[in-house]
Design a protein around this ligand. Structure first.
Ligand code: 13P
Length: 259
């Protein structure tokens, strides 16, 4: 495996938190410390309306930005939606298929697939989220659920343009009950194997696959120490300055790539 060639990646998913002013303050407070930490790619994903203000504050910074969603059409009569074209140039990443969108907004595998294709068309890098529910986990169906989500997400896709996958077991999101490093390493290994068969081996070996679900500065080491896990998609702890900096710092110490 080419583990050491994959740049570790920590992304903060702010979800539906922060006003425009709060978002600007948060990123201004994060910037000085995060810019000093080398060997890890970092990104923040604020709400759409704060992307522009956050981008201005990050001018010249090593911190990248991502959106939390997009619609798959380029433009037109889709009241309230944000298109890939609107995001292109404003951010580098876009989270697609988060379990909260699948659950509350009824996003199906087909919609996720269309959104990935739409993002790739304009050069945005998707952060594709997959993960099983508690009852699926308890019924021993994790592998089946995750492989099925990947089959749907990658249908008709052969070029991935830096796409990142986040394995987020739904029962671990916002619950304070993180998965274990060993469990998530196994599932992430399976995800990499599945990407090998759906796309190709080289793509799978170079793809960053993250763990997400109750990640903190205290438990990030457990995940980062695993060979298949390349970083974290962080929710709640990404809104706390010391926590997010701590997560990036630990990741750099354990797996940072020295150039
Ligand atoms: P928490 O870190 O708050 O559990 O959220 C994880 C998540 O959903 C990131 O996308």
């Amino acid at each position: 495996m080419q583990t050491n060639t994959r740049m570790p990646f920590i992304a903060g998913n702010w979800k539906m938190n922060t006003t425009i002013n709060e978002a600007k303050k948060l990123v201004a407070d994060l910037r000085p410390a995060l810019d000093k930490i080398a060997g890890v790619e970092k990104a923040v994903c604020p709400p759409f309306i704060s992307l522009s203000g956050v981008k201005e504050i990050l001018e010249g910074s090593t911190i990248k930005t991502g959106a939390q969603n997009l619609y798959f059409e380029e433009k037109g009569a889709y009241t309230g939606e944000i298109s890939p074209l609107m995001l292109s140039g404003l951010c580098e990443y876009v989270i697609i298929g988060h379990s909260e969108r699948r659950q509350y907004f009824k996003e199906t595998g087909d919609i996720v697939n269309k959104k990935i294709k739409a993002a790739l068309r304009v050069g945005l890098k998707p952060i594709l989220c997959v993960g099983e529910k508690l009852e699926e986990n308890e019924a021993g169906k994790t592998a089946q659920v995750v492989v099925n989500q990947l089959n749907e997400a990658f249908a008709g896709i052969k070029e991935v343009n830096g796409l990142v996958i986040a394995y987020e077991p739904i029962w671990a999101i916002g619950t304070g009950r993180a998965a274990t490093g060993k469990q998530s390493n196994e599932t992430i290994g399976l995800i990499r194997k599945t990407v090998t068969s759906l796309v190709d081996k080289d793509t799978a070996n170079h793809m960053r696959i993250l763990y997400g679900g109750s990640v903190t500065a205290e438990n990030i080491a457990e995940f980062i120490n695993q060979p298949e896990i390349d970083g974290g998609l962080v929710g709640g702890a990404s809104l706390k300055i010391d926590q997010f900096i701590g997560i990036v710092q630990r990741t750099s110490e354990i797996k940072g790539i020295r150039q």
